[in-house]
Write a protein that binds this ligand. Structure first.
Ligand code: ADE
Length: 237
């Protein structure tokens, strides 16, 4: 998968993409991440990328030319390939596990990080999708782009321990995840539930299903309507 990110603050990506799972995915060649400075596509010597809004009002608007040209430049690097061009903005459709899965199926993705009061409306002519990571306004699309890349990259084939692990984690089935425990068996008097030590995999699977359901009902009842009913799954090795 190739991901090209168009940003006014490319330095913001250095930390998050230089560590942990994303770094591993890059090192293993599962994803190629290219960060582009939108200012490199500005037309004047001051590298201006924003301007006052027509009709007045406060704040600045991202100009269309640098964004159009940046998208074209990326497309030219891999001619003939289809691209998903995603604008990160608070006005997009809400990001979710389902949307992450959808994006993970594309081989080429361009993420445009919006800024200021927004982008010139004509930029919507070059985008194929618009995504918001939540009902709040960030100072720019960079953090949203990082969230999207993180959630998508971990779904790429070869990233996670097993398919079962992906299927069983929170949100994959529309339920929150069941409680997990590791050693020690007793920590400061807090015991691991006996069922998990029983060795009875059918019973363990049933208990986990119940726990996932209970937890979802208590914390996120809104998810239950859409949830897939729990089925027994083979153990995750
Ligand atoms: N840019 C500013 N706020 C945002 C949000 N909530 N989601 C995606 N991009 C954004």
């Amino acid at each position: 998968m190739r991901v090209d990110i168009l940003s006014l603050f490319p330095g913001m990506f250095e930390g998050p993409f230089g560590e942990s799972m994303i770094k591993r995915a890059i090192d293993r060649g599962l994803v190629q991440l290219n960060i582009h400075n939108i200012r490199d596509f500005a037309h004047d010597k001051h590298r201006t990328v924003d301007d006052y809004p027509y009709g007045g009002g406060c704040g600045m608007v991202l100009k269309p030319e640098p964004l159009f040209e940046a998208v074209e430049a990326v497309r030219e690097r891999v001619p003939g390939e289809s691209f998903s061009v995603v604008l990160l903005s608070p006005q997009g459709r809400l990001f979710s596990h389902k949307v992450a899965k959808e994006i993970s199926k594309h081989s080429n993705v361009i993420l445009i990080c919006g800024h200021y009061e927004g982008v010139d409306e004509r930029v919507r002519a070059v985008i194929t999708d618009e995504i918001s990571i939540g009902d709040y306004v960030l100072t720019g699309g960079e953090l949203a782009a990082m969230v999207v890349v993180d959630a998508v990259v971990r779904l790429l084939p070869g990233m996670l321990r097993s398919e079962t692990a992906v299927q069983e984690e929170s949100h994959a089935r529309g339920l929150l995840e069941y409680p997990q425990y590791t050693r020690p068996q007793n920590y400061r008097g807090y015991e691991v539930p006996a069922i998990l030590l029983s060795g009875n995999h059918q019973e363990i699977s049933r208990w986990r299903g119940e726990q996932a359901f209970k937890r979802t009902r208590e914390r996120r009842p809104d998810l239950l309507e859409k949830a897939v009913l729990w089925k027994d799954k083979e153990a995750c090795e």
